[in-house]
Design a protein around this ligand. Sequence first.
Ligand code: FAD
Length: 562
Amino acid sequence: MAMSVHQRPGLLSRLREERFDLLVVGGGITGAGIARDAALRGLSVALVERDDFASGTSSRSSKLIHGGLRYLEQGDVGLVFESVRERQRLLKLAPHLARPLSFIVPVFHHSKRSVLVLDLGLTIYDTLAAGSGVLRHRAFRRDALLRHEPLLRKSGLRGGVRYFDAQTDDARLVLANIRHAHRTGAVCVPRLAFERPFPARGPVGGAVLRDLTDGSEIEVKARTIVLAAGPWSDEALGLWLGHAPTRPLIRPSKGVHVVVSRSRLPLSHAVVMSAPDGRVVFALPWPNVTVLGTTDTNYEGPLDQPQTTASDARYLLDTANAHLDPLGGRLELEDVVSTWAGIRPLAIGTRDDTSGTYQTSREHVIQSDPRGMVLIAGGKLTTYRLMAAETVDAVLKLLPAERLEGVLPSPTARLPLPGADRLPAGRAPLETFTAEMCRRKRCTGAVAGRLVLAHGSDADAVLDLCRATEDGLKPVLPGLGIRWGELRWAVQEEMAMDLVDVAVRRLPLYFYAGDRLLDVVPEMARRVAHWCGYEPSRAADLAAGLVAHIEANRVVPDGPGD
Ligand code: FAD
């Protein structure tokens, strides 16, 4: 079912005309998961996002679906167990969006933890995942470890362990949830901001929204409202209350990632490194690049545009240089291809409020207002499905009895996400689908492999669109594997409305290419404007938007907010 900017006027009409059981504010993973869960249970649902879907924290994470080894160290066995179970569900229900990834933890002479201690910790981790089919961890002596990961720094290396977790594309995970909600009848609209509820007192009747594409005001009738505004939760609660909350719900913490070329750091495994302050930093292998992240620092700057400072970048590069031997010598600031910075919406009040951010738990808070509002904040990508089900349960308590007839329990623990619905059962579903697609569609393994990895079983429809598009199968840039037809898919099926939506969140073009992307920005803008049905003159604005994004994500000198 198509979901594009061409459908937006129709969706806005539905917002004006219908009365919804639930209006979700925020199109990150939390809001998207809630909209999908509620729609699948049979509620009438609208979701509004003031920017693009996943434009907040949900496109700026480390993109891991993980149990969280360090929660184990903090003694939070419950959280690890819950996360590991959710990881297993996603590996099964969305194998294109949760792919197994092996991690190596090297142990050096100066390391805080010995191989023995890690072996013990990972035995508990494996036990929590027992029966899930994920490979168990293994300890290695120095030489065997180096055979697995030759780029590990040799001096002082004693040995290490290997374990398994999963890697995702966070923005595409959000999109899959939004698309499923859309298919199930929910009205999900980007560039629409929640401004205030109405009436000002008593049970809620709906909300006043602002269409940010033309400044117009829209009133939507809704029986309940969920605020899922991530780092903006305090601001959203202020809009609901009509005044600033007395006590903040969120403590913002900034997390930065830097991307370097795979030719400098061609890792076979993710590597778990220990920064000088003891924090864990990952080196993560991606198809074309290697990602280093993340930092975790208290943040008081503007929530809309956190930036990567020189000290953030140096912290990550120095940590990588201390654990790895990059090809061609030490990694320097000039090696940074692209960056991203995100704000963790750490919920205050779930744990020790006074500790530094690194100790703060990722658990979430859910608060209900009997007037008809539920607020959810905190949590993590990995456990979004559980958070969504719990939030919808809280919404049901606020709905009138007649609206609850026929409402189902949450079905999301067993329903595949879009892109997994036509994958074959059994082991290696992506590989089997790719081989079948090569035969069925007469295409190469390279084309099918890339499309299946990104789009799952939608890959053959994406290929059809590539073939129906002029130069659709041509790579956008040599060596990137991403083809022009995929940009058209982003516009026609995934509601991309501008070039940043396309090149940062629907496709990892910016992360892979950084400044190289500037060469094709005018051509991308011309094509995207055409597919969106905009006047050709708007192409220049689209191009300027992406150039501004690239500029804003350059490494900057240290600032006062950090
Ligand atoms: P967001 O994604 O920020 O969504 C909130 C949305 O609300 C925004 O898009 C915003 O535009 C919208 N909004 C705000 N106000 C309004 C309004 N008035 N009207 C309409 N819309 C509004 N978790 C993991 O499980 N694995 C990881 O590897 C991981 N790594 C991380 C690394 C970093 C650096 C960070 C910062 C976080 C990481 N997390 C990870 C945590 C995870 O990314 C977040 O918990 C999650 O993305 C938060 O999603 P959200 O939907 O609550 O918030």
